[in-house]
Design a protein around this ligand. Structure first.
Ligand code: PLP
Length: 354
């Protein structure tokens, strides 16, 4: 009989957080109404709040980040048009072909080191008006922070340059800001400064912010009016959903600044693991709460390392054959971090024979 190991730290994703007692109370106390009729005051408050933070005119509460992204893309592009982004972007890798399945959108991508935005590459690839010969690019997607890139923060200056050049060509920008909160806290850049670099912005409340459900799409009033139609069309019209929006508002009040703790813990672990095995991680490249280890540098495959770590109670996710990802969040404290770090160090050092 095998006994499941005690879980030291569940670092598979920052989606795993459970609502705190205070968040649950906020949900209980929420004023609600039918949001498809536009009558839920708590949803309206959340939408106003997020629009304001991102410097956009309006916003729309969404059940998931994938829906927020896909409705965002649909506002820019229709059947036979294209969206371009880097090859590891969530909209390409992890939304199950939704842009093609729902909107008939085609995609092209470039390979980006750690998901870092390469404006010149994007501009070279972009075809603003392909006429009757080439597919026209309707939108460029920027992901900040970049999930599969390892929680990378995109440089604001590059985002600004992309925005200027695409706007001049009549091409849109969608910002997949599922973890824009982490970028804001790590880089000290105002959310509205990032928001100004895109026509449409999606943000998640259910990642590091710790809400059980929910994302928000922000854009112009006109775009959000269209987004409301697309959300309903996709089956995302929700009724007394203020009960969930209340969790989001609570998260905005209490869980944004604390993301710095997650970042510090991920960095601390990276520093220890870089000592344990050369080449698995560059600690300075760990900008936020996501640690991607190149475990091949220590003689492991990603899946084997994740399996061995799980047997020692540290749960992660194999992003590809060479890499393993560990993500910090609200439910992981300093003590759990220290214990997890010891176990991961031990595993890495073992193979390299140190
Ligand atoms: C999690 C995530 C999303 C949205 O995911 P859902 O599970 O659909 O909420 C979008 N973009 C990025 C970069 C993400 O990490």
């Amino acid at each position: 009989m095998t006994v499941a190991p005690e879980v030291v730290a569940d670092l598979r994703s920052d989606t795993l957080t459970r609502p705190t007692a205070a968040m649950r109370q906020a949900m209980v106390d929420a004023a609600v109404g039918d949001d498809v009729y536009g009558e839920d005051p708590t949803v309206a408050e959340l939408e106003r709040r997020v629009a304001g933070l991102l410097g956009h005119e309006a916003a729309l509460f969404m059940p998931t980040g994938s829906m927020a992204n896909q409705v965002g893309l649909r506002l820019h592009a229709g059947p036979g048009q294209e969206v371009i982004t880097d090859s590891l972007a969530h909209v390409l890798r992890a939304e199950l072909g939704a842009a093609a399945a729902y909107s008939g959108i085609t995609t092209r991508s470039w390979v980006a080191e750690r998901g870092l935005l390469e404006v010149d590459t994007a501009l070279e690839m972009m075809v603003a008006d392909g006429g009757p010969y080439q597919v026209s690019t309707a939108c460029v997607v920027v992901e900040n922070t970049h999930n599969f890139g390892g929680g990378t923060v995109q440089p604001l200056e590059e985002m600004r340059r992309l925005r200027e050049r695409t706007a001049a060509a009549g091409v849109g920008v969608h910002l997949d800001g599922a973890r824009l909160w982490n970028a804001h806290v790590a880089a000290g850049v105002a959310l509205a400064d990032y928001g100004a670099c895109a026509d449409t912005v999606s943000v998640c409340l259910s990642k590091g912010l710790g809400a059980p459900v929910g994302s928000v799409l922000a854009a112009s009033r006109e775009h959000i009016a269209q987004a409301r139609v697309w959300r309903k069309r996709l089956g995302g019209g929700m009724r007394q959903v203020g009960i969930l929006a209340a969790a989001g508002l609570h998260a905005l009040d209490h869980h944004v600044e604390r993301l710095a703790d997650d970042h510090a813990r991920a960095r601390r672990t990276a520093e220890a693991l870089a000592q344990a095995a050369a080449g698995v991680v560059e600690p300075a490249a760990v900008h936020t709460n996501i640690l991607v280890l190149d475990v091949s540098a220590a003689g492991w495959t990603g899946p084997d390392f994740v399996q061995a770590a799980a047997e020692r109670g540290v749960l992660g996710y194999p992003t590809d054959p060479r890499r393993a990802r560990f993500v910090w969040h609200l439910d992981v404290d300093d003590e759990m971090t220290d214990r997890a770090t010891d176990r991961l160090s031990d595993l890495l050092a073992r193979r390299t024979g140190r």
